[in-house]
Design a protein around this ligand. Structure first.
Ligand SMILES: Nc1ncnc2c1ncn2[C@@H]1O[C@H](COP(=O)(O)OP(=O)(O)O)[C@@H](O)[C@H]1O
Ligand SMILES: [Mg+2]
Length: 385
């Protein structure tokens, strides 16, 4: 066997987490002939609807976690907040990609930023604070222009708020649940946000996707655009950061690096997601190897392989639950444009801010792709969302 002989078809891949990322992973893995077992506490979550099997238990049920490990040949995750004890329990039995050490660092914003900074990688300026007084002092230190976040478990802008000269530190502390620690970051005057995906195999070869250009609405990703041959001023720096991050962690598997670009064009790491990412969904249509297929190959011990672009440019628009406010969306309206692909995640309850699906369009330019997904979304929701 060569260093890169992946698990053979019909091997069993496990995924922690049952959401849409796990669903798209399971779909890609199934196409390669793998059988996916989902570990998730909910009944029939999006991933389990399309997987071969589910272990339904809480993440801290270590007996169930060990049963899961005994059923599969390698494990990955789509949800990174699996308790460290559960990840360790499975890592003792089967390969887990990315590995438990990386997960332990990236689960905490202070640990993550400190690790990257120590490796010489640019990150958003930050401070860890343990008391209300330190919080107030940090706000002043960042010129009354800061963002405070919980160090763990935040997503889609949850667990964070802006700190200015008028903010009362005590109120903020309790609003964020009076935790043991918080992180205060300089509030960057953003020229834009982008992300890169990096896949790295057991031999240390890495492949970078992106950058993906991301626009957020209410702290939730709204639109991503991408082009194959990207001459943009941030592209080289963002891609270089992706490789540096992968090497710093000795990554095995796939992760996403979310970057901020400041007004002077400096690219810095905002945060790392140790899994596929919403901004990479367009790789399903736009690349010969999607982020999910790359994840499946690497989880199975295969080589990281550079994908071939399938279009000059692409765009993705999220479909949030808000779009259901007027009733069931007009799905057939999507198919008026053959360049647009619809993905729905099989979620039944459409709540505001909940990611229900997404649209992807392929086109000659990013602007054209963006117009096509936005127009399609407008048609199905019959209004701008
Ligand atoms: N320090 C910052 N400066 C400017 N904008 C920020 C900062 N931190 C967060 N944001 C905005 O909030 C969004 C969500 O923050 P992020 O740290 O990525 O948390 P989440 O885990 O919720 O994605 C970012 O994509 C960005 O738009
Ligand atoms: Mg983020």
């Amino acid at each position: 066997m060569t260093a890169h002989a992946p698990l053979p078809p019909n091997s069993r891949l496990g995924v922690f987490g049952g959401g849409q990322l796990g669903r798209m992973f399971a779909q890609a893995a199934a196409r390669l002939g793998y059988r996916v077992t989902v570990f998730a506490p909910d009944e029939q979550p999006p991933a389990a609807q399309v997987a071969a099997a589910q272990v339904r238990a809480d993440y801290d049920d270590l007996d169930a976690v060990r049963r899961f490990a005994a059923e599969v040949d390698a494990i990955t995750y789509e949800f990174e907040n699996v308790p460290a004890s559960a990840v360790q329990a499975v890592a003792d039995r089967v390969p887990v990609r990315p590995g438990p050490d990386l997960l332990a660092i990236t689960r905490n914003r202070v640990r993550e930023k400190s690790f990257l900074q120590d490796k010489g990688i640019a990150v958003t300026p930050f401070r860890r604070v343990d008391t209300v007084d330190e919080l107030a002092a940090a706000a002043t230190a960042f010129g009354g222009n800061a963002v405070v976040k919980t160090t763990e478990l935040g997503y889609d802008g949850k667990g964070q708020c802006v700190l200015d000269a008028h903010t009362d530190a005590r109120t903020v502390w309790s609003a964020l649940g009076a935790p043991d620690e918080l992180i205060v970051e300089q509030r960057i005057e953003l020229a834009g946000e982008c992300s890169v995906l990096v896949a790295r195999d057991t031999a240390g070869t890495s492949v970078v996707y992106g950058p993906f250009y991301n626009t957020h609405t209410r702290h939730i990703l709204d639109i991503t655009t991408w082009q194959a041959d990207d001459p943009g001023p941030w592209a080289q720096a963002a891609r270089a950061i992706g490789t540096q991050v992968a090497d710093a962690f000795q990554l095995e598997g796939l992760l996403c690096v979310e970057c901020f670009v400041d007004a002077r064009g400096k690219v810095m790491v905002n945060e790392i997601a140790p899994r596929p990412h919403n901004s990479g969904h367009l790789t399903i249509e736009a690349c010969s190897i999607s982020q999910f297929e790359q994840q499946a190959r690497l989880t199975a011990g295969g080589a990281a392989v550079e994908p071939v672009p399938r279009a000059p440019a692409a765009a993705m628009a999220n479909l949030l639950g808000d779009g259901w406010a007027n009733g069931e969306p007009d799905w057939p309206a999507v198919w008026q444009d053959p360049a647009v692909t619809l993905h729905l995640y099989g979620k039944t309850a459409a709540r505001p801010g909940r990611k229900m699906g997404h649209l992807t369009a392929l086109a000659h330019t990013m602007a054209e792709a963006q117009a096509r997904v936005e127009n399609a979304r407008h048609r199905i929701f019959e209004r701008e969302v």
